[in-house]
Design a protein around this ligand. Sequence first.
Ligand code: H2U
Ligand code: ZN
Length: 355
Amino acid sequence: MLDTPHRRFNQLTREWVLVSPHRAKRPWLGQVEKTPSENLPHYDPTCYLCPGNSRVGGTIQNPKYESTFVFDNDFAALLPDTEHATVRSLPAGRTTPDSLFIAESEPGTCRVVCFSPRHDLSLPELSQAEVENVIRTWTEQTRELGALDFVNYVQVFENKGAVMGCSNPHPHSQVWAVHHLPNEPTKELNTQQHYWQNRQSCLLCDYLSEELRAQERIVAQNEDFIALVPFWAVWPFEILLMSKRHCGALSDLDQLEVASLADIMRRITAKYDHLFEISFPYSMGFHQRPTDGHAHDEWHFHAHFYPPLLRSATVKKFMVGYEMLAEAQRDLTAEQAADRLRNLSDVHYRSRKDS
Ligand code: H2U
Ligand code: ZN
C-alpha cells in the first residue's frame, strides 16, 4: 500500500499529507536556485552581526563579543508595551461584540541570538562546547522571557540560508516571546492534551517507541535524543528531534542532556550539509511547553527542522497549487529520505581540529 498514492496522518497537527511515491523520478524543468557562495571571511566589516560592527544605520554598535551575543531585534515584530488589556477590541465604533472582524492585541518581545563571533561558521562547524553554549543561551532566554507576566509562549528558531529569507550568513537565531499561543503550538497542545487525558500516556513518548520498533525512519540518535524523518513529514528532508526522556522544555535538561542535544544537532546539520554538499538551508525551531503558569505535563520537548531543498542544491520544493489549495503532498517517502540522511557522514567536511 505504501508504494502507491496514499495519505498519512500527522498525529501532532491532525493534518493529512498526500504521498505519491511513484512520482519521485519526475524530470525537473522548473526553477533552479543559485548555489550560495561557501567562502566567507571570519569577519565581515559590512555585517550587522559581527562583533564591533554597527547595526541599523550606524546608531547602535555591537560589543566585541567572544561567544554568544543577544540583543533586542531593532525591527521587532512585537513590542512589549503593547496594551494587552484590550483583547478582542478594535477602535470604538469600528466593531460590535458579535462582529466577524475579530482581532486581539499582541504584546511581545523579539530578540536575536548570535551563535559565535565568527561570521563564517554555521552550527555543524561550531565545536561541541560552542553549541552547548548556544543551547544554554536559548535556555536562559526562554527562562527570562517566559517568566514575564505577559509572555505565555517562547519560540526559539533559526532561519538559515537565503532561500529561507535569511539575508545574513552570520550564524544566528531568533527568540520571539508572545502573549497568545500561536497556531502551530496550539495544534500540538490540543493533540498532546487530548492524548494525555484519553490514554494516560504521552503522544510523543508512544510515537518514539513505535519508531524505535520500526527502525525505518531514524536518522541519528544518542543516549538522550533521537532524530527521525517523521512518518507524516511534509518537507522532503524534514526532521523531528525529540528528547528520549519525557520533559517539556530546554530548562528541564541537565548538563549531560545539553551535551547530547548539542551532539545530535551538530550531527544532523552535518548530514544536511553533506546531502547536497552545500551549507544546507532550513528553518528549525524548538517546541517547548507554554509559559502560561500551568504545568503542561502533557508537553514533550522537541524540535522541527524544515529544509526546503528537494533534489539538489538548486532544486527547491514548492508548496504551491494543490498544497496551497488542498493539502501538502510529497513524492520522496519519509523512509527514502531517512535512508539517505542516515547513510551520510555526521562529521562535517569542514570541521576544525579543535572541535
Ligand atoms: P533573520 O535573517 O533570521 O531574519 O534575522 C535577522 C534579524 O536581525 C531580523 O529579524 C534583525 C532583523 O530585524 N536586525 C536587527 O535587529 N538589526 C539590524 O541592524 C539588522 C537586522
Ligand atoms: Zn558577521
